[in-house]
Design a protein around this ligand. Structure first.
Ligand code: NAD
Length: 510
């Protein structure tokens, strides 16, 4: 630790500018840590709204037993609401800016802060995607400007990305890192690159899901279910897009595309169309899903379940458990298709087409590939039922009916490499390896960021290790070959680790 570093205990007065969704949460968090907060808004009515949001959040914490009445009242007493920026920031040790994501607004505010703040005050921005270097470049002392990227809701989410520019003084970064810990957060360090860690990994994956939807790879429900159940995430990508806001995600994607170029950051046309139609997700009542009406997804009629199912087992034993469950449901299971067979099940492997196994099994029109996704503990969690385009129209419905009868959690996917889960996950793992390869972030920080910022049960690099780098490379190669999209080319570090058998998270125990 450097002697010139300001310690968290020396940061007693914090100005939070912009009391919107993020600013009100940040002000609450800082006030609950015992520090005085100047809560600053652009005008009286915005200030009232922001303070009302903050009050409501503190009340919720009390009603959930996370805060006492006294602690709430003390936190509120430490907050001074004001619509006077210069007066609000005058004594601040630290200013945290959380105004809208527009460069001209941020630059003009930071120019104002130059005049109004103490020369030794630290200036932090909560920007998600703008260049902090550009914000800092317009100020008199760019060395004191850094990013402090909280996640929504700020009081609850444990992750903070502490972002330094080439101009940020190292002791400022260190103070913000220590302060984040003092606020009960887990900081990860990043330099000023579009999307930092979390958004640079999350948003292209969300966009990829939109691309799968618009190219008919699966329904929106099945895309969401495949990833949520398959990876153990809190929600699927299309639901998450609706939650974050499609416009916000599109803006981040455009920033990534401007900075890095390439097909991985090119927006799916459907994403732009939905934004043009102002279907931004939850906040506008409709996005990929419609939030204005209660869901009517429930009881649609299922197709009849076939009396006889052929299960083409192979030496891997992958379909043994499935065959047993089908027999247990009083459905005749045969090893080869006969004239009575209504459905033929073959083992589906994400790096190979199901079509070839379907042709080998005969009856290609009745074939469905089953890709069984197992948990770490080996407990069956989800099946991807994969249909080559040559299957008969009713085959998907028969497969869905069978899955329902044997109570198998299943999704239906077209026969494209990676199917749903691995296509989405492995492309993201490749992005994560690129960050490690470029020296941008460590494997451990990437995993921490995705666990704490996005609710991953374990980080992408640990999941990659578990899936096996060689397997991930094989699926990505197949995706690349099938689509011609260079975004799916395994990055050199991944290819090297696959060949050498190295682990990205050796220290995490595999
Ligand atoms: P928001 O629109 O909810 O809030 C912005 C607030 O700033 C508004 O209340 C507005 O009245 C106020 N404001 C505008 N100009 C101002 C000025 N000159 N002085 C004082 N107040 C002013 O926006 P938000 O979602 O809270 O986002 C704020 C920042 O945090 C953005 O940079 C955004 O990218 C970032 N961020 C957002 C999220 C998220 O999930 N929404 C997550 C992390 C970071």
């Amino acid at each position: 630790m450097t002697s010139g570093v300001t310690q968290p205990t020396d940061i007693r007065e914090v100005a939070v500018i912009g009391l919107g969704l993020m600013g009100s949460g940040i002000a609450e968090l800082v006030a609950r840590s015992g520090r005085r907060v100047d809560a600053i808004e652009i005008d009286r009515s915005a200030l009232d709204q922001g303070m009302a949001r903050l009050h409501a959040s503190l009340d919720r914490a009390v009603s959930r037993g996370k805060l006492t009445d006294t602690a709430r009242d003390e936190a509120l007493a430490r907050i001074r609401p004001t619509d006077d920026v210069p007066a609000g920031v005058a004594d601040a040790d630290l200013v945290i800016e959380a105004i809208p994501e527009r460069m001209e607004l941020k630059r003009s505010l930071f120019a104002q802060l130059d005049e109004a703040c103490r020369a030794d005050a630290i200036l932090a921005t909560n920007t998600s995607s703008l260049s902090i270097t550009e914000i800092a470049g317009g100020t008199r002392y760019p060395g004191r400007v850094a990013g402090l990227h909280f996640f929504n809701p700020a009081p609850a989410m444990k992750l903070v990305e502490v972002v330094s520019t080439v101009l940020t003084a190292p002791e400022i970064t260190e103070t913000l890192t220590l302060l984040s810990r003092d606020l009960g957060k887990t900081p990860v360090g990043a330099t000023d690159r579009a999307g930092f860690i979390v958004n640079a990994l999350l948003v292209p994956y969300l966009n990829h899901a939109v691309h799968l939807l618009e190219t008919g790879q699966a329904t929106r429900e099945d895309i969401d279910k495949a990833v949520a159940a398959g990876l153990g995430l809190p929600m699927g990508p299309l639901t998450l897009l609706d939650l974050i806001g499609l416009d916000t995600c599109l803006a981040v994607l455009e920033t990534l595309h401007d900075e890095f170029g390439g097909t991985r950051y090119r927006h799916a046309p459907l994403l732009r169309k939905l934004c043009d139609a102002r279907l931004f997700g939850r906040k506008s009542g409709r996005g990929f899903y419609d939030y204005r009406r209660p869901s009517t997804a429930a009881d649609h009629e299922l197709a009849p379940v076939p009396d006889e199912v052929a299960v083409i087992r192979d030496s891997s034993g992958l379909l043994d458990e499935l065959a047993d469950s089908i027999s247990a449901a009083d459905i005749r299971v045969v090893p080869e298709p006969s004239d009575q067979t209504g459905l033929v099940i073959v083992a589906a492997v994400p790096r190979h087409r199901v079509l070839d196994a379907a042709l080998a099994a005969g009856h290609p029109a009745d074939v469905v590939g089953a890709h069984i996704i197992e948990t770490l503990a080996g407990k069956l969690r989800l099946a991807e039922l994969v249909l080559p385009d040559v299957t008969a129209a009713g085959t998907a419905a028969k497969a869905a009916a069978l899955a329902a009868r044997i109570k198998l959690k299943a999704v239906i996917s077209r026969d494209r490499p990676g199917f749903l889960l691995e296509a989405l996950a492995y492309a993201q793992f490749n992005d994560a390896v690129r960050m490690v390869q470029d020296g941008y972030a460590s494997s451990a920080d990437i995993d921490t960021a995705m666990m704490l910022g996005c609710g991953y049960p374990c980080g992408p690099l640990q999941m990659l290790d578990e899936a096996g780098a060689a397997n991930v490379v094989a699926v990505l190669d197949a995706m690349h070959a099938a689509t011609g999209d260079p975004a799916f080319t395994p990055v050199p570090l991944l290819a090297e680790y696959a060949t050498a058998g190295n682990l990205f998270r050796a220290e995490a125990g595999g």
